[in-house]
Ligand binder design. Structure first.
Ligand code: SF4
Length: 407
C-alpha cells in the first residue's frame, strides 16, 4: 500500500489562551514537519503569495510571512516574496515591505511584466503561456496561498496561486480566463446581438454578454451562478431553443483544467524536494484577492495547512473549509445586489458552491491536477498542537506586559 500524502494542519482553535497554542507556533511546527532541510545554502527561495490589490487587505498576515522567511534563512536559503509587479510595487500600502517580511519583494515577471519564458500548453486553443521569469529563476518554491472564494471556479487556493499568479498579466487575463469561451454552448451562427441582449435582459445577473468590439456573444462565467441549480433558468427560457443556449456543468471546467496545466508547468520547473505548499485558511472572503477591496468574511477562520503535495493540501483545505461551513450570520446579511447566495444553506454542497453555484466545484482543479500526476487526494491529516494537546500543556509561564520590558 502506498503511503498517503501528509498534510500538517494547525487550527485557529487553541486548548488554552496561551502563546504556545498560537497559530504562529503551529506554523513553525508545520514548517518543521515539512522539513525545510532540502533547502540548500544559498538557494534562492521564492515565496509566491498574493500581496493584495488596491484596498484589498484580506491577504496573508505579514506576521506569518516573516516567520516563513526566517525559517528559510535558518536553512541558509535566500528568501524573497514575489507577486505581480503592481501588487509588489504597492505592497507597502498593505503592510508588506522588506523590513516587515524579513526579505526582499521582487516582481514575479520584472517591473514591466515582460520577463517571461514561453511555455507550451496545447489546451483548448491555448498554445502557450508566458511563465513568470523571476519565479522560474528560483531554486525553491514556497507556494503560500490565501484560500478564498472565486467567481469563475468557486475557490482560489494553492493551484490558482501558481496558475494565475505564476504568469504574466496578458497570459492570466486573456488566455487563462479566455479559455472559458472555447467550448460551444450555443449555436453561434444563430445568435444575434439582439437575441443575446434578450437573454441578458432575462438574466438577473446580466451574465449573457455581447462584445461590441469583437462582435461576439458569450456567457460571463464569472457572473453566472447557474441560478443555483433552478430547473427553469431565465436565460434558457428566453432562448426558447433558438440557439440551443444551455447552462451546462462541463462548460464551467475548462478554466479549472487549464489552471491545472498551468500549475503543472510551473511545478515541473522545480525539483521534487524543493516545493512546499502552505494554505492559510483565514479571513475567507467570497471573491478573490484581485478584487482590491474589503469583503465580508463568509467562512470562519480554519487555520493553516502545509504539505509537499499540492493536491493533498488543496483537498484537505477544502474538506476543512467544508467542515467549518458558512458563517450564517454574515451570509444572511449579504444583499442580492452583492451576490446571490443559495437560499438553502443546508444543501449538500460545498460552501463555495452555495456561494457561487453548483457548477463551480472547488475540487475540480485539484482533481485535474491529480490526473496529471501532481499529487494525491488521499491525504493523512496530521494536526499540530491540537486543542486537546494544548489544553494539557503547562501554562505557568504566561507573561503579561507589566512595563516597557521589550520581551
Ligand atoms: S443560469 Fe441564471 S445567472 Fe446564469 S446566465 Fe442563466 S439566468 Fe443568468
Amino acid at each position: 500500500m502506498t503511503e498517503k500524502s501528509k498534510v500538517y494542519y494547525g487550527s485557529v482553535i487553541a486548548g488554552q489562551p496561551e502563546r504556545f497554542a498560537n497559530p504562529s507556533e503551529k506554523l513553525d511546527k508545520i514548517l518543521e514537519n515539512l522539513d525545510l532541510s532540502t533547502i540548500e545554502k544559498r538557494d534562492k527561495v521564492a515565496i509566491k503569495m498574493h500581496l493584495g490589490f488596491n484596498d484589498g487587505y484580506q491577504t496573508i498576515p505579514v506576521f506569518f510571512v516573516r516567520r516563513i522567511a526566517k525559517a528559510i534563512k535558518e536553512q541558509g536559503g535566500f528568501p524573497f516574496v514575489t507577486d505581480n509587479p503592481t501588487a509588489v510595487y504597492n505592497a507597502a500600502a498593505r503592510g508588506y515591505t522588506s523590513e516587515t517580511c524579513g526579505c526582499p519583494l521582487i516582481p514575479i515577471a520584472g517591473v514591466k511584466d515582460g520577463y517571461t519564458t514561453q511555455k507550451e500548453i496545447g489546451y483548448k486553443g491555448v498554445d502557450d503561456l508566458d511563465a513568470a521569469g523571476v519565479l522560474l529563476d528560483a531554486d525553491v518554491l514556497v507556494n503560500l496561498s490565501h484560500t478564498k472564494g472565486h467567481g469563475t471556479c468557486g475557490y482560489g487556493g494553492a493551484f490558482k496561486n501558481l496558475a494565475l499568479g505564476g504568469y504574466s498579466g496578458p497570459s492570466r487575463w486573456r488566455k487563462i480566463h479566455g479559455v472559458e469561451q472555447f467550448d460551444t454552448y450555443f449555436d453561434k451562427d444563430k445568435m444575434t446581438k439582439e437575441h443575446i441582449l434578450k437573454l441578458r435582459e432575462a438574466c438577473p445577473l446580466d451574465a449573457p454578454n455581447w462584445n461590441d468590439q469583437t462582435e461576439t456573444p458569450s456567457l460571463a462565467f464569472y457572473a453566472c451562478d447557474q441560478c443555483h441549480g433552478a430547473e427553469k433558468k431565465p436565460c434558457e427560457e428566453a432562448d426558447s431553443g433558438l440557439t440551443g443556449w444551455t447552462i451546462k456543468e462541463e462548460n464551467f471546467y475548462s478554466f479549472q483544467e487549464l489552471m491545472a496545466h498551468a500549475t503543472k508547468t510551473i511545478l515541473d520547473s522545480f525539483k521534487e524536494d524543493k516545493m512546499f505548499h502552505i494554505n492559510v485558511m483565514m479571513d475567507i472572503t467570497p471573491f478573490c484577492d484581485c478584487m482590491g477591496m474589503g469583503m465580508p468574511q463568509v467562512i470562519p477562520d480554519v487555520g493553516i495547512a502545509g504539505s509537499r503535495d499540492i493536491v493533498a493540501v488543496e483537498y484537505a483545505s477544502l474538506d476543512l473549509i467544508a467542515g467549518a461551513g458558512l458563517i450564517e450570520g454574515v451570509v444572511k446579511q449579504i444583499p442580492k445586489s452583492y451576490m446571490r447566495i443559495n437560499p438553502d444553506l443546508e444543501t449538500d454542497l460545498h460552501p463555495f458552491q452555495i456561494l457561487h453555484g453548483p457548477f463551480k466545484n472547488p475540487y475540480k482543479v485539484a482533481e485535474y491536477g491529480e490526473s496529471m500526476g501532481l499529487g494525491s487526494r488521499d491525504y493523512d491529516l496530521v494536526e499540530i498542537l491540537s486543542p486537546e494537546e494544548t489544553a494539557k500543556m503547562d501554562s505557568s509561564g504566561h507573561t503579561y506586559e507589566g512595563g516597557p520590558s521589550f520581551f
